[in-house]
Design a protein around this ligand. Structure first.
Ligand SMILES: CSCCC(=O)C(=O)COP(=O)(O)O
Ligand SMILES: [Zn+2]
Length: 229
């Protein structure tokens, strides 16, 4: 059972006993385990949020992401008001990434947002002191959705991903994140230098697929840069 604060009107509470594997309560723990296995959310870093019937499911902060349980999740509405929170004895807090997650939901109408701390992203930013990364000539570019054109990229198009500078706290990234969204209307990801990446999609499958394509592309981009090919 989830803990529902007395402050929350029952009419606002979405049924959270959904046992289907596609429900965010089950998906978020499963996806976090997969991301952990890929080295993308180790050391408690990174997180994920999924929109479901206008309710935002958010992973907890600072925990072993591969051990998250269905009732560890926070649920809030699109105005950022809590709807369901985990039992107090769990002593959990909401992801520090929540302001950026919300930005992706409100500014880009995302259905899911993923934050990863992958080494590839950090390496790529080290090799690119500029505030963007350009990738061309690779088939996997076709897995990336061009948000401005409303279609997936062709493999002969240039993919440009913005890089923003890191900050002391995740919440302090919001302003530069918003600027990047405005400056790069096509992008479905923002890299945070020496830190990681935010990637989103219209639903969790698109967000996950794009995360995998970006990570693949970054590996090759690093190889190309290092070997001058
Ligand atoms: C070692 S993690 C540092 C904080 C951070 O960058 C992060 O992504 C934490 O996210 P959380 O969801 O655990 O608040
Ligand atoms: Zn982070």
């Amino acid at each position: 059972m989830d803990y529902v604060s007395d402050d929350f009107a029952p009419s606002n509470i979405l049924s959270c006993n959904d046992d289907s594997e596609d429900h965010p309560r089950n998906l978020i723990p499963e996806l976090c385990r997969q991301f952990y296995a890929n080295g993308w959310v180790t050391g408690t870093g990174g997180g994920i949020s999924i929109k479901y019937n206008d309710q935002i499911f958010i992973a907890p902060s600072g925990v072993q992401k591969e051990r998250i349980q269905p009732d560890d999740l926070f649920v809030q509405n699109l105005n950022g008001e809590d709807v369901i929170i985990p039992k107090p004895e769990k002593k959990l807090s909401k992801s520090q990434c929540t302001p950026i997650f919300m930005c992706s939901f409100t500014e880009r109408n995302a259905g899911a947002v993923i934050h990863v701390h992958s080494q590839e992203v950090v390496k790529l930013c080290l090799l690119n002191p500029e505030n963007e990364v350009k990738i061309t000539g690779l088939e996997m570019i076709k897995g990336i959705y061009n948000e401005k054109k409303g279609k997936f990229y062709d493999n002969d198009e240039e993919l440009i991903i913005p890089i923003i500078e890191n900050s002391k706290y995740e919440k302090d990234l919001v302003d530069t994140f918003k600027i990047a969204l405005k400056k790069y209307p096509s992008t479905s990801a923002v890299l945070v230098r020496n830190h990681g990446m935010y990637v989103w999609g219209s639903n969790w499958k698109t967000a996950k697929t794009q995360l995998e394509c970006y990570e693949y592309l970054f590996k090759i981009a690093i190889f190309k840069k290092i070997h001058h090919v």
